[in-house]
Design a protein around this ligand. Structure first.
Ligand code: DTR
Length: 340
């Protein structure tokens, strides 16, 4: 009897040790600690939404969960975010899917020139699209939020008023957005956002193509004194959690995170839209930036050059086995639905 009890106790001890070493959920009392990695610097929108999520989860779980945030690529960088989270180097990570166009084919379709009007609508469209298609590349993670930037514009050191002005101009962009610059005749230079600061300073690029909140958050308005309003495509983002971490969480904590998913996605879109307005005002009033609106005739010429992009994407993605036409139709329908 005594021997049996001893074996049971040893078994219990081994199991408890396994739980404490393998999972982020502690066997002893105290909050569940989770790490959350992000690639850009703390004041930028991906990190602002991260801090908001952290605060809400800590509050809504009554302190049961405590989240350590790592902005600025201190734990994982922009290109190894997804794999780092899958490998468990961080429990949670925020990634820009546009930086890996070939890996996130379905969700990156939102960055085709289909007329997403703002980040709030973009985020809701992206969420619904992801939920409908549940692409395989997310099978190893738990998706906690999906959101997009506001539409993209040209920020440059030299004025861009016509297609002639953009011809051969070195502009930084990534993913689908880079293709758009190419279609207009610019020379797209691909790099993640954090690398852009130095590239602009060193003159490697003459400007960039992004949502306009970066004029303020990265202080690009100090070097880029011209903005050409194109309001074209958005960049899609995702927040993902390591699957083992997710499975190890208590049901009530999972529920808090599940209930936050759409809310957080929409919150981030709205934050982005408001912050763009603020950054534009700041750039005009304190940095003397000129905002260039293309004439109707000029804009038409720019738009015509983008028409082939969606057809090309459909053709390529269909060849890879994706229901490409249906995806584009769904995005168009969802834009209408969420714009109401
Ligand atoms: N426009 C994309 C994504 C992006 C927009 N704002 C930020 C801020 C920080 C990191 C990425 C982004 C881009 O140009 O990379």
């Amino acid at each position: 009897m005594k021997q049996k009890l001893g074996i049971i106790l040893i078994g219990f001890f081994v199991a408890a040790l396994a739980v404490t070493t393998l999972s982020p959920v502690p066997a002893v009392a105290g909050p569940i600690k989770l790490s959350y990695a992000n690639f850009p610097p703390a004041p930028t929108f991906p990190c602002v939404q991260m801090e908001r999520w952290k605060k809400e989860v800590e509050k809504r779980t009554g302190g049961k969960v405590s989240i350590d945030t790592y902005p600025g690529g201190t734990l994982l960088g922009s290109k190894n975010m997804m794999d780092g989270v899958i490998a468990g180097q961080a429990n949670i990570g925020n990634l820009c899917m546009a930086y890996q166009p070939g890996r996130f084919i379905v969700t990156n379709a939102t960055s085709l020139p289909l007329g997403i009007p703002n980040a709030r609508v973009g985020s809701l469209v992206l969420w619904d699209l992801w939920e409908k298609y549940q692409p395989e590349e997310f099978a190893k993670v738990k998706v906690l939020a999906m959101f997009t930037t506001a539409p993209t514009n040209i920020m440059s050191k030299v004025p861009v008023r016509t297609l002639q002005d953009i011809k051969g101009l070195d502009l930084r962009a990534s993913g689908g957005a880079a293709q758009i610059l190419g279609a207009w005749g610019a020379n797209p230079v691909g790099m993640p956002m954090p690398a852009t600061v130095e590239a602009l300073q060193k003159g490697v690029v003459k400007g960039l193509y992004s949502s306009l909140e970066v004029m303020k958050d990265f202080k690009f308005a100090e070097t880029c004194k011209y903005v050409t309003m194109t309001d074209t495509v958005i960049y899609p983002f995702a927040v993902v959690m390591n699957m083992e971490t997710w499975k190890s969480l208590p049901k009530d904590v999972q529920k808090v995170m599940d209930d936050l998913r759409v809310e957080q996605s929409e919150w981030t879109g709205s934050y982005m839209d408001n912050h763009v307005t603020e950054a534009v005002k700041w750039s005009k009033e304190t940095q003397n930036v000129e905002f260039i609106t293309l004439s109707k005739k000029e804009k038409k010429q720019w738009d015509v050059k983008l028409q082939f992009l969606t057809d090309k994407w459909v053709e390529n993605s269909k060849a890879k086995g994706f229901p490409a036409k249906a995806i584009v139709k769904d995005i168009e329908k969802l834009i209408k639905k969420h714009s109401k």
